[in-house]
Design a protein around this ligand. Structure first.
Ligand SMILES: [Zn+2]
Length: 317
């Protein structure tokens, strides 16, 4: 059984802690990263999605440069040995990876259109640099749309609609995690391939970052994916009580809404300070897989851990 993880913030951490000598290929997690070569290797990860995330404290004038720096981290520090981890740009690349075995794939995503500075040419350049998945917002408003923590709750702007159309033309995947509810529904009208790369369900945990039942149903209807995430405050209303069992409750709930073929995972490793006990880095995915296998039939577990992401990317990249 292989894994695909739809979201991690390794590149953000490598950029933010440039001076600290973090090393993706270093020895275990002592190097300060949750997702490491040895971890993904141990858990048989086939594909890891690496987000480019420009934090809100970066002035707008520098956001594009910071995004480029993080793309550079990807090629310099993560891909650097292409015989081990190679970038994935297409469904064919992914098929090839699975067929040949022995290597791990890395897919670039952008978390928040802020870095585009309202420019479609920036989007096209990121596509050429290998970015294949874009989340329109982080938690706040930007040129494209409002994020989920923006009180006015606006949807897509005029630029946001142009951006989605251009993404669709290029063949990119749209990520609705962090997006406002209105923005979500605007996106669902467009017909572009949609995932929620790292979100849980609001019926189980009331955090606004989680998906409402209607949103889950819409993703199920539209052949989207829900990357169940390991962020304690999105698992349980009391983050200190978040456990692996708590993650399973979100899975159960999505299944109850007809989504068993739409479940995947998006760890958010390296983007979180608090962790679910026992689930602290990519090496622990094996344990989660074993827990799932105790309760669910293997064909289903295989889908959730990797095959649903795989099939989605084969269809849409
Ligand atoms: Zn995020």
């Amino acid at each position: 059984m292989y894994w695909i993880d739809g979201h991690c913030d390794v590149l953000f951490k490598l950029w933010k802690n440039k001076e600290d000598g973090l090393d993706f290929y270093g020895n275990g997690r002592k190097n300060g990263l949750d997702v490491t070569w040895s971890g993904v290797r141990k858990s048989r990860v086939l594909l890891q999605v690496f987000a480019v995330f420009v934090p809100p404290e970066v002035p707008r004038s520098q956001s594009w440069q910071v995004a480029l720096d993080q793309v550079d981290r990807f090629y310099e520090e993560v891909v650097k040995e292409a015989d081990r981890l190679r970038p994935v740009f297409s469904g064919e690349d992914l098929k090839d990876l699975k067929r040949k075995g022995g290597r791990i794939g890395g897919l670039l995503s952008l978390e928040g259109a802020d870095a585009l500075q309202g420019s479609l040419s920036h989007l096209r350049l990121l596509y050429r640099l290998g970015v294949r998945q874009v989340g329109l917002t982080w938690n706040h408003a930007n040129e494209a749309a409002d994020g989920i923590e923006e009180e006015r709750g606006g949807g897509l702007t005029r630029f946001g609609k142009q951006l989605v159309a251009e993404m669709d033309r290029l063949g990119m995947v749209l990520d609705v995690s962090h997006l406002s509810v209105k923005g979500f529904w605007d996106v669902m009208e467009t017909g572009i391939p949609v995932v929620a790369s790292h979100s849980n369900t609001r019926a189980v945990c009331s955090h606004p970052r989680n998906l409402l039942d209607d949103q889950v149903r819409a993703l199920v209807r539209n052949d989207g994916l829900i990357g169940v995430t390991f962020v304690p405050r999105f698992i349980h209303d009391d983050p200190d009580a978040a456990t692996v069992d708590g993650i399973l409750r979100h899975i159960e709930h999505i299944c109850s809404l007809g989504g068993e073929n739409r479940i995947a995972f998006g760890s958010d490793f390296d983007g979180i300070d608090q962790k679910v006990p026992g689930l602290e880095g990519s090496e622990a995915l094996t344990m989660l897989g074993e827990e799932l296998l105790k309760r669910y039939p293997e064909p289903l577990v295989r889908k959730w851990c990797g095959e649903n992401w795989y099939d989605f990317y084969i269809r849409h990249l």
